[in-house]
Design a protein around this ligand. Structure first.
Ligand code: ATP
Length: 462
């Protein structure tokens, strides 16, 4: 049984140190979160899994890490300056500021305030989501020549580096460029814990191909992504695919599918929408490479982009044709993936004393800590020293911790809650038989293993 709601994950996160409210000692900062000792490990393991899968295991992908702040012209020609906005309305009754396209409607189709239920709302107006900043020592924040943005997606950093990567890696179509990094959006209504924040992290792939190849690549990447997410422990029944209707497509896309996860299982009982997006995949056509290129002209023979110094077209040796490649873009959020992984791994189990315990059944690959070494008696120096030594011996091969801050039952419960797959207990007998007890998180079964073969045993299990 996965988590009953996001709230269960919020509580666990705060209690055990996965995620904390940001700026908490100053009253917080709306919908900003800091990743604690366990959260940073889990997020890193998710990113590592994606990078291994994308960049190392496949043969057709290169990695990249581009700047968060780019020349403003990047966002002019990508279309973000004019079109990257959400429809904003104000409620005249309670003064809430709302995103019009996310509101429920009354019988006449009028949007209803999600805060007070009124339909007395202002006309909707576009609100640009890009965070603005200024570069250098400028006289005023209004100085247009110094204006810059924090990137709202990592993708544009890939497009503007297309020729650099192509020429230095000597790639031929089709191939992709992968990037992990922060993105920033001044969301009108952030919320639901780490689901929607103004600062978040994306794992994006821009896959460059011929126009004719794009539809098939789209379908197979979507299947592969869902399989990767399932490999992180998310059950297939908690996914569904939403084919975005033509009229809702972004300006660059001719097809988008959102992969939805059951982030709100509790809404089932209220007839509400249980699903929201964990990732999206789009056929961006040749829009981006074309609009960042210096050559394309409009009907009047004028350059569409008079600022670019580069042509991002591709020359196909086989057909002797030059063209702008199509792009298939799967984009998945680190934070939403982490939330889904935690929700799906969340389990409750009652022990023989009738106490309900939380067990986070994370895949060992993702678990922040792989093994906890626990001394049964912390006032016995030989036991403590043996346990510490075992921890030191394991550490180079796997993330291991030593913990003696409570009784053994409490220590087990703590490790179960944070998803540690194995606990190793050192007891009095260990000093004689040079063996320890290994306890499995999911079955609570215990096995006696000799210290000499412990590392190999755990490695195999992990
Ligand atoms: P939404 O419709 O939920 O606003 P989107 O369609 O604008 O999302 P994309 O532009 O497709 O999102 O971004 C790709 C991925 O980045 C999303 O699937 C999601 O995982 C993540 N993402 C986007 N916006 C946010 C956010 N504000 N907070 C956390 N993750 C986000």
């Amino acid at each position: 049984m996965p988590a009953p709601n996001i709230e269960a994950i919020v509580n666990l996160s705060k209690r055990r140190g996965f995620v904390f409210p940001a700026s908490d000692i100053y009253g917080g900062l709306g919908s900003s979160w800091d990743y604690g000792p366990l959260g940073v490990e889990l997020a890193n393991n998710i990113k590592k899994s994606w990078w291994n899968w994308m960049v190392y295991e496949r043969d057709d992908i290169e990695g990249l890490d581009s700047s968060i702040i780019q020349n403003r012209l990047v966002w002019k020609y990508s279309g973000h300056e004019t079109t990257f906005s959400d429809p904003l309305v104000d409620c005249r009754e309670c003064n809430s500021r709302l995103r019009e396209d996310k509101l429920e409607r009354d019988a006449n189709g009028k949007p209803i305030c999600s805060n007070c239920g009124s339909t007395n709302l202002t006309e909707s107006r576009p609100f640009n989501l890009m965070f603005r900043t200024t570069i250098g020592a400028v006289s005023s924040d209004e100085d247009e020549s110094a204006l810059a943005y924090l990137r709202p997606e990592t993708a544009q950093g890939i497009f503007i580096n297309f020729a650099n990567v192509l020429n230095t890696s000597r790639r031929k179509l089709p191939f992709g460029i992968a990037q992990i990094g922060k993105a920033f959006r001044n969301e009108v209504t952030p919320g639901n814990f780490i689901f929607r924040t103004r600062e978040f992290e994306q794992m994006e792939l821009e896959y460059f191909c011929r126009k004719i190849e794009a539809p098939e690549i789209f379908d197979s990447l979507l299947d592969e992504y869902q399989k990767w997410l399932e490999g992180l422990g998310i059950s297939p029944e908690n996914f569904y695919r939403y084919e975005v209707p033509k009229e809702e497509l972004a300006h660059y896309s001719i097809r988008t599918v959102d992969l939805m996860y059951r982030f709100f299982p509790e809404r089932k009982d209220t007839g509400g929408n249980e699903w929201d997006e964990i990732m999206g995949i789009a056929n961006r056509t040749d829009f981006d490479l074309r609009s960042h290129s210096k050559k394309p002209e409009n009907e009047e023979g004028k350059r569409i982009n008079p600022d670019s110094t580069e042509d991002l077209s591709y020359f196909d040796e086989a057909t002797k044709e030059r063209f702008y490649p199509y792009v298939v873009e799967p984009s998945v959020g680190v934070n939403r993936t982490l939330l889904a992984v935690m929700m799906d791994a969340y389990t409750e189990r009652t022990n023989d004393k009738g106490e309900t315990r939380v067990i986070l059944k994370l895949k060992p690959e993702l678990a922040p800590i792989k093994v906890a070494v626990l001394p049964l008696a912390k006032n016995k120096p030989e036991i403590v020293e043996t346990a510490r030594k075992i921890k030191r011996d394991l550490q180079p091969s796997m993330r291991a911790v030593y913990d003696d801050t409570g009784g053994i039952g409490k220590l087990y419960a703590r490790q179960d809650e944070i998803g540690t797959p194995f606990c190793v207990t050192v007891d009095h007998e260990s000093l004689d038989d040079n063996a320890v007890t290994v306890r499995d998180r999911d079955t609570w079964e215990q096995e006696r293993i000799s210290v000499d073969s412990l590392k190999e045993y755990l490695k195999k299990k992990l």
